[in-house]
Ligand binder design. Structure first.
Ligand code: FMN
Length: 296
């Protein structure tokens, strides 16, 4: 299919349209369900999907309560943070997504979103803001810095948070310090009103290449690289192998795998097998490459 790009310069768009375009593209985004308190100790709870982790040493997350696109004013969360410099970031899973959405209503500052959303405040160990009991994990943080990106509606305020303490529901851990994505069942925000759920079939594994050096597309033989039935993802797995098998290794492969090779009647059969094998993880990628090398 012929691809045609639409080109946009940010200043050509109205802010709400630019906002939606950026949010649809930089997506899905994790959600920081931020619990803060004001100077008098009144709790506030609100979700922010301009959020991520940026450092583990020191442990640092950043989220951004932006100035309202409608009023240009800063949100309650940012006022509280400027006053107290403490926040608990609660992770949002599928079970609480609708209650989180209630807490996203722009209630007046004196309204407690814990009460509105029906979620339960529990005490933190090191900071004053409450944790949300129903969430699968919470990060107690002190705010290191607030970086203001502008003074107009839509401007971000990057809240740089140092993580002081982490609480994790033990049921979502599958081995030491490793979180099971299906059990934590996180949700993420996309453009418009779309969300996605990061569990079940939506989750897949891609082995990390950083322990080894892949041969790269440039080292794949043309009869494989240019094969009309192999996709970029399939070739990408082959390009991540560390060595291209030598002719001697291919000869040995043929001799040692006669029964395996006899099942294929033609090139098409071999390609189908290769595609099927590459569609699962973990797979025997070296065997696939050796089989494809016999196509020459
Ligand atoms: C899933 C979700 C993600 C959101 N992400 C952001 C965000 O990153 N930045 C922002 O300014 N508002 C975001 N909002 C809107 C705020 O949650 C909303 O304005 C809220 O009322 C702010 O509360 P506060 O005034 O108590 O701080 C988001 C809303 C939802 C439902």
């Amino acid at each position: 299919m012929k691809k045609k790009f639409i080109t946009i310069e940010p200043k050509e768009l109205k802010i709400p349209d630019l906002h939606q375009t950026l949010l649809g593209l930089v997506s899905p985004r994790p959600i920081a369900f931020a619990s803060t308190i004001d100077k008098e100790g009144n709790p506030n709870l609100a979700p922010f999907s301009f959020f991520n982790v940026f450092s583990s040493n020191p442990p640092t997350v950043i989220f951004s309560p932006n100035r309202s696109g409608k009023t240009g004013k800063n949100k309650d969360t940012i006022h509280n943070l400027m006053d107290t410099m403490e926040v608990v970031i609660n992770m949002v899973n599928f079970d609480i997504v609708q209650q989180m959405n209630v807490a996203a209503c722009e209630y007046p500052a004196d309204i407690n979103e814990f009460i509105k959303s029906g979620l339960t405040p529990i005490e933190s160990d090191l900071v004053k803001p409450f944790r949300v009991k129903e969430t699968p994990a919470q990060l107690e943080c002190k705010v290191e810095q607030i970086i203001t990106l502008g003074s107009q509606g839509g401007a971000g305020n990057l809240v740089v948070c140092r993580v002081l303490k982490i609480h994790i529901d033990e049921n979502i851990i599958h081995e030491k310090y490793k979180i099971d994505p299906h059990k934590i069942d996180l949700v993420a925000r996309m453009g418009a009103d779309f969300y996605c759920r990061a569990s079940g079939n939506a989750v897949f594994e891609v082995p990390k290449p950083n322990q080894k050096m892949g041969i790269g597309f440039d080292n794949l033989p043309d009869f494989i690289k240019l094969h009309k039935d192999l996709t970029g993802n399939e070739l990408g797995q082959l390009a991540n192998l560390e060595n291209l098998p030598s002719s001697e290794e291919i000869q040995n492969f043929i001799q040692e795998n006669q029964d395996f090779l006899n099942q294929f009647h033609n090139e098409h059969d071999k390609i189908l097998w290769a595609k099927k094998e590459l569609s699962v993880y973990p797979n025997d990628t070296i065997k696939v490459l050796k089989l494809l090398m016999t196509l020459k």
